[in-house]
Design a binder for this molecule. Sequence first.
Ligand SMILES: C[S@@+](CC[C@H](N)C(=O)[O-])C[C@H]1O[C@@H](n2cnc3c(N)ncnc32)[C@H](O)[C@@H]1O
Length: 239
Amino acid sequence: MKDPSFRRSVALFRAFMREQGDPATAYTLLARDAADQVERHGPVRGKVVVDIGGGDGYFTREFRRRGAHGYLFEPDTAELSPGERADTVVADGYLLPLADGAADVCFSSNVLEHVADPHTFLSEMARVTRPGGLIYVSFTNWHSPWGGHEWAPWHYLGAERARSRYERRTGRPAKHRLGDNLFRIGVGETLRHVRSRSDVTVVSARSRYWPVLPQLVPRIPVLREFATWNLLLILRRCS
Ligand SMILES: C[S@@+](CC[C@H](N)C(=O)[O-])C[C@H]1O[C@@H](n2cnc3c(N)ncnc32)[C@H](O)[C@@H]1O
């Protein structure tokens, strides 16, 4: 599907709304979409692609389907389906069991908002990427309408209130707790950080899902915190 386009955004949104009941369809579509975004910068066939915090491995499988040597790194074995366990490296993104420059593409989708120290996480991604290699990193920022994850959009009224409301309404414990496995991360602060780094250059900064002018929204202070929804950074590892 053409990116950006309304058709693509609507398809992704619909899949996302059905994610709980049909995760396979939602994540297969999302993985194809993300792999297309990576391949805009060059084919992955024959390349080493590492997926950090890849959950159940949908993205890694999609990269392998396209001929890449795809490796899944995931610290939480509860995220893995039984079939994926043998093929996964159980590892934390802060300290990857990889040599410097081992990867042609270092990929991470929707993990940065789940780590307490995103700068160290990014440093490790840069370390394992070869000079000239590509880094794909996307995350949902805190002030995004989806920033509170399962308790969104009530996080605008406060995290604890939103979380308690979710648990009261559903009768289920919430998966995320602010400061434990979900953190406030902003678009502006992250852009300033990556631009100041000496180990990467910013190839592109855009809203991952926006149907029109996805590069424009992240440039507008204040508005970008609410409207970007999910920031996608494509970085190039410096030599
Ligand atoms: C919202 S899920 C995203 C899964 C998948 N990447 C996706 O886009 O669907 C967040 C993932 O980040 C992982 N994660 C959390 N902290 C991490 C860390 N320090 N290093 C690597 N992965 C981490 C979690 O275990 C979980 O699988």
